[in-house]
Design a protein around this ligand. Sequence first.
Ligand code: SAM
Length: 335
Amino acid sequence: MDSAPLIDPFARPISYLRVSVTDRCDFRCTYCMAEHMQFLPKKELLSLEELDRLCSAFIGLGVKKLRITGGEPLVRRDIITFFRSVSRHLDSGQLEELTLTSNGSQLARFAPELAAIGIRRINVSLDTLDPAKFAAITRWGRLDQVLEGLKAAKAAGLQVKINTVALKGFNEDELFDLVRWCGEEGFDLTFIEVMPMGEMGEEERLDQYWPLSQLRARLAERFTLVDLAHRTGGPARYVSVGGTGQKIGFITPLSHNFCESCNRVRITCTGELYMCLGQEDRADLRAPLRASAQDADLVQAIREAISRKPKGHDFDYSRQKVEGQMPRHMSHTGG
Ligand code: SAM
């Protein structure tokens, strides 16, 4: 089979794949999900075997970094079987990194096994260190459970990056506490600019928008921030916090200043391939997966889709923000 690496029409190699393995989550973060979500029927979802085939096909075509996300990936039944199976590509050296983005609720249970499988780093989403605020923003979550999970991750030797959605009037007052806590714990920290989705009133939404430019300016009042050249091909920029070696990232998901180096694509839990974070064009990979046990049609569908990867995206973010139009797939920025 044709295994030439995937290169898009703008000469960008596709080396990073993010895969959502479920639409379900045990939290209901207000900016992300409605409290009473209608989840997809099981038959719509890719099975663990189909997910494995799909990831393996991309790895065969040059993907070096695979990030598993959701929903909450660790609530999918038997997900460890999937991780264990995909880790064969780490053993073979074809895959350089297998990682996941999680809300941390199940890490106390799974961290040792994830580490044993060969996962080195994980992203854990955490917006506040205050138990009452945590319960309010996640609706169903408990902070102590996540802190236990983080402890287990640390004990298992996993490197942790905390992802924090910047929310005006919610975690503004915790900015320095979060930085200090991550420093003490040895966690990297990345702030994510909130995108206009999820179930909240429009007024609340506008109230909560806290541009990362402002957040960064506030940090700079206290710390010397040194820009790091390190880029991942994604929408994150990193700084080091003067003297401490601590790294802080900023993800502005809808900015398009990273398109020229974009190396990534994403797949939803129903097998739709999105070639760009900021555009709606997508390709159905579930049909070719299910139509044949051989991968030839699947690979052809992947190549055809990559040949449509756009040069970049250019959002009128303020308009989208006001109209609250952002499509759901864009929420999965855990990056
Ligand atoms: N359940 C996992 C988790 O909590 O990280 C993975 C999926 S979650 C959708 C991935 C990331 O997207 C989380 O860091 C979450 O905070 C972020 N996210 C969700 N909705 C968002 C929004 N409206 N704006 C910005 N980030 C959002």
